[in-house]
Design a protein around this ligand. Structure first.
Ligand code: OAD
Length: 264
């Protein structure tokens, strides 16, 4: 295991450049440099890190089906505010590097899967293709009765709770996975397939505390993949991976890309 950033980048870059199949898991940290708050970070002026959402808000009162049933207007307002924050944010250099890594792997005939716990759609906007959204999307909402989905425009929801255009008795809810809900089956299947067959697995910007995603690195490693972590801080998986890149993903991922494919 190496965790000197320069050595770790070189070490991981060599594996990445020769991989047949790459899987990358991202969490809120990859979007932190786009100004989107993470969930569990402590505020840190030196690295301009904002306090995580769960430091100020109680997930039990906002991110569960019970919370929505109890106070749909409150939950709608909170998610709509976050939704508009995501729409206003711009993908950062880390998102862009991940899209470039995908293009390089695929151009070489390899397979690439991007698994994200993020609901902000910044990977899509940076050019990543086939993104697997494990926790759904805040950009898309769905009718509580019919399940039909729609993508609201950037304006604030005016009627709270926002009524569903599909069934007058329904409400619109964010198409995210709340605590106590199942992850989308197709996303879980895609993750399982990627974990089984990848030869390189990289975890980026996640505290590795929320399962099932928190277990992906261990599973990939057990299947023989070379594993790595990119994170500002050590996490519960730091001791398990073959390479640790400690620092900001917006700085480290472009360096990793350049080290893996130096001619670009
Ligand atoms: P967390 O807030 O738990 O963790 C964010 C991680 O990103 C931390 O380990 C930070 O050290 C790291 N980080 C912060 N800024 C970074 C940067 N610029 N570069 C690299 N790393 C950075 O967020 P997640 O792990 O994504 O689920 O949280 C997982 C799930 O918990 C979320 O999807 C959400 C939340 O509750 C639901 O809402 C269902």
């Amino acid at each position: 295991m190496t965790n000197d950033p320069t050595n770790a980048i070189r070490y991981l870059a060599a594996r990445l450049a020769s991989a047949r199949e790459v899987a990358i898991l991202t969490g809120a940290g990859v979007s932190a440099e786009s100004g989107i708050r993470t969930f569990r970070d402590a505020a840190d002026e030196a690295t301009r890190t904002m306090a995580g959402l769960w430091k100020d808000f109680d997930p039990a009162k906002l991110a569960t089906p019970e919370a929505f049933d109890a106070d749909p207007a409150l939950v709608t307002r909170w998610y709509d505010l976050r939704r508009r924050g995501c729409l206003a944010a711009i993908p950062n250099a880390g998102h862009v590097a991940l899209a470039d890594i995908q293009r390089r792997v695929e151009a070489g005939g390899g397979r690439f899967t991007l698994l994200t716990q993020n609901v902000d759609r910044l990977h899509h906007r940076a050019g990543s293709a086939g993104v697997v959204e494990l926790h759904g999307s805040i950009i898309q909402w769905r009718c509580t009765l019919t399940g039909q989905k729609l993508t609201p425009d950037a304006a604030e929801f005016r009627a709270l709770p926002c009524p569903s255009p599909f069934d007058a008795r329904g409400l619109l809810r964010p198409d995210v996975v709340w605590f106590g809900e199942m992850l989308p089956e197709a996303a879980l299947d895609a993750a399982e397939a990627a974990i089984k067959s990848c030869d390189v697995f990289i975890s980026v910007g996640t505290s590795a505390q929320v399962f099932p995603a928190a277990g992906f690195v261990r599973a990939a490693s057990a299947n023989g993949a070379f594993t790595a972590e990119v994170n500002r801080e050590p996490t519960p998986i730091s001791g398990l991976v073959d390479a640790c890149l400690h620092g900001a993903s917006g700085e480290l991922l472009p360096r990793l890309l350049a080290a893996a494919w130096p001619s670009r």
